[in-house]
Design a protein around this ligand. Structure first.
Ligand code: ASP
Length: 441
């Protein structure tokens, strides 16, 4: 029988109604054997996620708030769980757990411990409701002393543990440090746990259930009703997520990519939708469009360095990049001409050392001119289909220029997976719409 690992996000487990949906999805397919839950998320738009409530609890304790204030806040957290238990009609009493958690937070168990209890308690309830075993992430997900994830130890221990459980719930988001403290991944980290469990279980598929029917080809806040992406490769996804497209935690790709396990982004509220398949090789999956998606980010600066005969000066680029390195500034792109070199950096990273960096570049390479321009947005047009299609760059440029957008810079990677364009920030929405319409409509 095939094995599926299913991860459910916070909105999929926000209340009892959502728990019922989740159980129905899991029970509909016996190969859905390992379940990774997030903490309860928002039930309505100005609701507060339980994880955020737990961070607040920690802050209240740390700032030595009144016991009555702490208790009142903690009661609200307990109400979220007790409400779910009562509405599901479960005979389940978490009062011992609540007491233990409160004492631990009061006695310096730490910020990560507090936050992790959102997933822990939700996992206990879900395991009880499904009749599955509960495998505490504390005993199977390991971090190193330096705080980074211990991939190999985790994979060894977790795969051994899972062999003893046909069906199990493993809470997302946290694990344990070598000295036994709870450590969490960064926000949204249950996606990573799901991916780790999929690798350890040697799953055939990692289903990531959320509240949208997959990745959209463009940001729905900018493009009205964008189409969902049917199939995307891990590499394309990296490009799009880096440029700001979010649905899945960036780091969730690595464990399954390593093991060649596809991810299927699915919608808990519309389970029959196909969602988006994330795969390592897209051969066999046709692309309907030349491009897979478009994403973009504002807030960049372009440093332009001009010097006659630059192209024959050995080590010129290295000296410029060393100056950036001295100030710990990473660069995004390096479009260059014969006697000019441009470095695109994030304005926020540049800001603290702007003047000193410019002085350092001047000292190292003695340019004829050195200018910085802020207010640049980058747009990435990503698609494995571009390798085969001629004229994609021309279409991108024409669409932008017909819409009155001035292209400040354009960069096509030699892998032909993406085209990156630099434009003025005020042209951002216009450019995204023009490119989307050119390729999709
Ligand atoms: N509950 C955590 C968060 O809100 C982790 C997750 O949902 O993936 O960030």
């Amino acid at each position: 029988m095939s094995i599926k690992v299913v991860k459910f996000g916070g909105s999929s487990l926000a209340d009892a109604k959502q728990f019922r949906r989740v159980a129905e999805i899991i029970k509909a397919d016996p190969s859905r054997r390992y379940v990774v839950p997030s903490a309860p998320g928002k039930r309505f738009s100005d609701d507060v996620k339980v994880t955020d409530m737990l961070y607040t609890l920690y802050e209240l304790v740390k700032s030595r708030a009144d016991a009555s204030v702490i208790d009142a806040h903690y009661d609200k957290i307990k109400e979220r769980y007790n409400g779910i238990i009562a509405e599901l009609g479960l005979n389940f009493d978490l009062s011992g757990e609540y007491e233990y958690i409160k004492n631990a937070v009061l006695h310096n168990a730490g910020r990560d411990f507090a936050a992790s209890r959102g997933e822990y308690l939700n996992g206990l309830i879900l395991a009880k409701y499904l009749g599955f075993d509960f495998v505490d992430a504390e005993n199977v997900i390991y971090f190193k002393d330096n705080g980074s994830f211990d991939e190999e130890k985790t994979n060894d221990m977790l795969s051994m543990e899972l062999k003893d459980h046909k069906y199990a719930v493993i809470p997302g988001f946290y694990g344990t440090s070598p000295n036994g403290h709870i450590v969490t991944f960064s926000r949204g980290g249950s996606d990573i746990t799901g991916s780790i469990v999929a690798r350890a279980a040697e799953a055939d598929l990692y289903e990531n259930w959320t509240d949208v029917s997959g990745f959209m080809m463009a940001d729905p806040r900018i493009i009205k009703n964008p189409q969902a992406i049917d199939t995307i490769t891990y590499r394309e996804l990296r490009e799009l997520s880096y440029m700001g497209a979010t649905v899945l935690h960036e780091d969730a790709i690595f464990p399954v990519r390593y093991a060649g396990i596809p991810i299927n982004i699915k919608n808990t509220n519309s389970p029959e939708d196909r969602g988006t398949m994330i795969v390592s090789q897209a051969s066999g999956y046709d692309t309907e469009h030349v491009i897979t998606g478009i994403a973009g980010k504002k807030g960049f600066s372009v440093i332009t360095i001009e010097k006659d005969m630059m192209n024959s000066e050995i080590g010129f680029g290295r000296k410029v990049l060393e100056a950036l390195e001295d100030f710990s500034i990473s660069f995004e792109h390096l479009p260059s001409g014969i006697d000019t070199m441009s470095v695109v950096v994030s304005t926020a990273n540049l800001e603290p050392s702007r003047e000193r960096l410019l002085q350092a570049i001047t000292r190292r390479v003695k340019p004829d001119s050195l200018t910085v321009e802020d207010g640049i947005a980058l747009i990435a047009v990503v698609g494995r289909g571009m390798v085969k299609a001629r004229g994609t760059a021309a279409r991108v440029c024409l669409a932008a220029s017909n819409a009155g957008v001035n292209i400040r810079m354009i960069d096509q990677g030699s892998s032909e997976l993406n085209i990156i364009m630099g434009i003025d920030e005020e042209d951002f929405n216009t450019a995204l719409n023009a490119i989307y319409n050119e390729f999709v409509k």
